[in-house]
Design a protein around this ligand. Structure first.
Ligand code: ATP
Ligand code: MG
Length: 481
């Protein structure tokens, strides 16, 4: 028996270091797991995989998460690690966080841990706080198919609003989203409990919903974004039922509160897999619900500039994540929404508005519409507007204007944005290069560079749509498309 069932352990022993590439992790998993582990025990219909037959070791689990589960066990409660951490450990990846689930109620957790804070309305959860590290502990909950009660409320379409009906592990499992996220690591005997075939799906590289796919997406449409996020991050495929259900239910995302979508979209785009995520969201019709104006502008595009710019912006932020640098959502939003803003401004100019007013008004409209769907704090929408406003000023290179621009607090981001536009081909590369040099050289060199005779003949974009000026003083707004 042991000979058949030790593949997961072998896999772990030879790969102590976490693997970043999803593809490599999965290939290694499969290479070392010619057969799935067979249950040596079953528990209420679940497969129990004992410690010698899987690769999750306590050495890979965070010290604080272990403290929490050991304390719960000592106090006589059940305690399991569940969700992404078990999935990631099985795949040889470093988990982002460790989630604990238990039969202790939030009030009991609060009494047990002095460093405990109860949070959440939709789900009451305990946060056990160790400095900057937080271990999230949830009490087992029942699935949404139970008769709604005081503790559980849902909308007419079936979306769950409040869900505090406590249960046992075999209730809890059915309310989780995907089979690969529903594996439990039991601290009592270090076994893994699998009710839903999650082990098989990890091996097959499949994202499969637990239960009826349409129903599960109707209950919580954000699961569609989670499906895409896990598929991209792990290099997994969506099960055909999951794919079909996304095509059918994508529009339901529009009913999700903007603040929740902010969190999900930030995770989707700033986790280092932005380009693939963008393509996959568009493929499944999810992107158009999240960014309607961007989708419209992409479908109207007459050249590849706007899409190139979005892709370049995503590539840059993926690279920053890879290099361990910080990423902020506002730069990405600025890149995504730039073309819709320019298109809107041009419509206004065509109707007779002054270009400068059109620019200002279009920026307001586009940002207001977008934050209704995905919230953005005000300081970020302001930052986006500043980056956009600076673009026109890069054209002025004579006299004191250039040096003024250089000391603007948002100069760096605005310059990066200019480079992005140049790379996409919507402004001449010469302009971006001029600004690159201007930053590097001495003051006396800078003065020389800004003399009228030092200017190149034309810095205008190669190809653009222009509109006739309404007034002599108003600058023309150029669309990138
Ligand atoms: P990661 O933390 O790597 O992003 P995760 O799977 O751990 O992935 P979390 O958001 O931390 O994701 O959630 C922990 C677990 O809670 C999930 O694995 C899943 O079992 C459950 N879960 C989270 N969100 C949902 C949801 N919207 N519907 C059903 N179950 C969910
Ligand atoms: Mg997690």
């Amino acid at each position: 028996m042991n000979a058949i069932l030790t593949f997961l352990k072998n896999f772990a022993d030879s790969d102590k270091k976490p693997i970043r590439s999803a593809k490599v992790a999965r290939e290694k998993f499969i290479e070392k797991s010619p057969e799935l582990p067979r249950a040596t025990e079953t528990y209420n219909g679940a497969t129990v995989i004992p410690r010698p037959e899987h690769n999750v070791s306590r050495q890979q689990i965070s010290e604080n998460a272990l403290k929490v589960v050991y304390k719960l066990k000592k106090e006589g409660f059940d305690a399991y690690l569940v969700g992404g951490c078990v999935r990631d450990l099985l795949l040889g990846r470093e988990p982002k966080d460790f989630d604990v689930v238990t039969n202790a109620l939030p009030e009991q957790l609060s009494r047990l841990f002095s460093n405990c804070r109860i949070i959440g309305k939709r789900f009451r959860l305990a946060h056990i706080i160790y400095g900057r590290d937080i271990v999230e502990v949830a009490t087992f909950r029942k699935s949404g198919s139970e008769k709604p009660s005081e503790a559980q409320r849902s909308t007419r379409e079936g979306r769950i609003l409040q869900d505090n009906l406590y249960g046992s592990i075999d209730d809890d499992v059915w309310r989780r989203d995907f089979t690969i996220n529903a594996l439990y690591y039991n601290i009592r005997d270090f076994s893994i409990v699998d009710y839903v075939g999650g082990m098989a799906d990890i091996q097959a590289g499949l994202i499969r919903l637990i239960g009826d796919a349409n129903e599960r997406f109707r209950e919580d449409p954000v699961r569609m974004l989670r499906a895409v996020r896990f598929a991209v991050k792990l290099g997994f495929k969506l099960h055909v039922d999951c794919e079909q259900a996304i095509h059918l239910n994508a529009h339901l995302l529009a009913s999700i509160p903007a603040a929740r979508l902010h969190d999900e979209v930030t995770k989707l785009f700033l986790s280092g897999y932005g380009v693939q995520t963008f393509e996959m969201l568009r493929h499944y019709g999810l992107f158009e619900v999240l960014f309607p104006a961007v989708e419209k502008s992409l479908s109207l595009e007459t050249s590849h500039f706007p899409k190139m710019m979005v892709i370049n912006a995503l590539q840059n932020s993926d690279k920053r994540v890879e290099d361990g640098k910080q990423v902020t959502p506002y730069f990405l939003f600025a890149a995504l929404l730039y073309e819709p803003m320019l298109q809107r401004a041009n419509e206004k100019v065509a109707k007779g508005m002054l270009a400068s007013d059109a620019h200002f008004s279009a920026a307001s409209e586009i940002l207001t519409q977008q934050v209704r769907r995905i919230s953005l704090p005000r300081h970020l929408t302001l930052a986006i507007r500043e980056v956009w406003n600076q673009q026109e000023k890069f054209e002025f290179r004579v006299g004191a204007k250039a040096s003024k621009l250089l000391v603007h607090p948002r100069f760096r981001a605005a310059y990066d944005f200019l480079v992005l536009r140049a790379q996409a081909g919507s402004v001449p590369m010469e302009l971006a290069e001029w600004w690159t040099t201007y930053q590097k050289v001495s003051d006396s060199e800078r003065r020389k560079m800004t003399l009228p005779q030092a200017q190149p003949k034309s810095t205008k974009p190669k190809k653009k749509r222009t509109y006739r000026k309404k007034a002599k003083t108003s600058p023309v707004i150029h669309s990138e498309g």
